[in-house]
Design a protein around this ligand. Structure first.
Ligand SMILES: Cc1ncc(COP(=O)(O)O)c(C=O)c1O
Length: 372
């Protein structure tokens, strides 16, 4: 990693080389291609730069949740296939066609509207059909799958290029649910094959599915969390060889001694017990920290407690054990400093959340510095 500018109060460092390494790791493990899931601003890492890094690493597909994300990728020059996983309004079909994006279809009435729009422009809209094999979210039921796909295939204006499902519990590999879902899905695929309706491209696995359920790999794996070097769960950790891509850094922006009995922050959630050294750090709940007590950060390679309530843009740390800390010193919210490390997984467990929510919650306003 080369030297980067530190001219921001707080910023993210994103190691695109780590993301490419992680995609290569998945390609090696699964022996097949990766659809890189870059929705939600690349899980907080930066949509366009992660998309470009994934494309360069050989991912033939990117997946996003919304059309706007796909259009941003196209505007940035991304050429590979893009699948929109979520709902797209039928009135957006002209933009979809113009930008050569593939949509997910999970509902006959919406599909009819898509097809009508595409016919109006004398084109065929590329779609992947979504099957709800047990997630309880979007998708045709496997029981009605053959009939649903038959009806879709009769719609002029649609090109059924793929079929997929999503796994609800792949990050709990010991639970039987994933095998049950995959059996359901496989049953439908065999039924479709028998009547000549099986789409050419099949996918099912998220990161945990790709790593822990080889039979879920089909033609491509749809990986999000693993490409960022983050564990799908404690029960489904990443194997050796993956690297976390994200570090969140900040600066001490003020240091002062407050006399005994001073309130710190809104509503005086903390009152000094004696004269105390309090540092102010750039970064608050509007950046992705949580408005709760008990947070900490790394300064001079040591954990320091955040005191007082979390503010929108700033937080305060107790520096009594670090008399040398001064304005401009580096603070780490996520990542390593010296021998200490704060991982998204540890923050998640303290915040009653998961690592997905921690990184997706990193605000768009945080500058992202990309290194390789
Ligand atoms: C439909 C779909 N596929 C794939 C993924 C990627 O999942 P993961 O980040 O666990 O790899 C997601 C993420 O939420 C998703 O919604």
């Amino acid at each position: 990693m080369h030297m980067i500018s530190e001219s921001y109060p707080t910023w993210l460092e994103i190691d695109l080389g780590a993301i490419q390494n992680n995609i290569h790791q998945i390609q090696q493990i699964t022996g097949g291609p990766v659809m890189a899931v870059v929705k939600a601003n690349g899980y907080g890492h930066g949509l366009v730069q992660v998309g470009k890094a994934a494309e360069t690493a050989g991912a033939p597909w990117l997946a996003v949740a919304r059309l706007e994300e796909a259009l941003d990728l196209r505007r940035a020059g991304i050429k590979c296939h893009i699948l929109v996983l979520g709902y797209t309004m039928p009135e957006r079909i002209p933009e979809v066609l113009a930008s050569k994006v593939t949509l997910t279809v999970y509902d006959q009435a919406i599909a009819n509207e898509y097809a009508a729009q595409a016919r109006f422009f004398n084109q065929r809209l590329p779609i992947h059909v979504k099957v709800d094999s047990g997630m309880g979210r979007l998708g045709f039921s496997p029981e009605d799958g053959i009939e649903s796909i038959r009806q879709l295939s009769e719609l002029e204006g649609l090109s059924i290029d793929g079929i997929f499902t999503h796994l609800a519990c792949a990050d709990e590999p010991d639970q039987p649910n994933t095998n049950w879902q995959l059996e359901h899905f496989q049953g439908l695929l065999e039924g479709l094959d028998a009547v000549g309706l099986k789409p050419t491209m099949v996918h099912a696995a998220n990161s945990a599915g790709a790593l822990y359920f080889p039979k879920a790999r089909y033609d491509i794996v749809r990986c999000g969390i693993a490409i960022y070097g983050l564990h799908p769960s404690a029960a489904a950790p990443l194997p050796e060889g993956f690297r976390r891509a994200l570090t969140w850094k900040s600066h001490i922006v003020s240091v002062k001694s407050l006399p005994k009995g001073s309130g710190v922050g809104y509503n005086y959630k903390y009152v000094t017990q004696k004269e105390e050294r309090i540092g102010v750090v750039s970064g608050g709940y509007a950046d992705g920290l949580r408005r709760r007590l008990g947070n900490y950060a790394l300064v001079h390679g040591q954990r320091v407690s955040m005191v007082g309530g979390m503010c929108m843009d700033q937080c305060m740390v107790q520096l009594d054990n670090l008399p040398d800390v001064k304005v401009g010193d580096e603070v780490v919210f996520i990542g390593r400093q010296g021998d200490e490390e704060i991982t998204p997984e540890v923050l998640a467990s303290e915040w009653g959340s998961n690592n997905y929510e921690v990184v997706c919650g990193l605000a768009g306003r945080l500058p992202r510095l990309f290194v390789r």
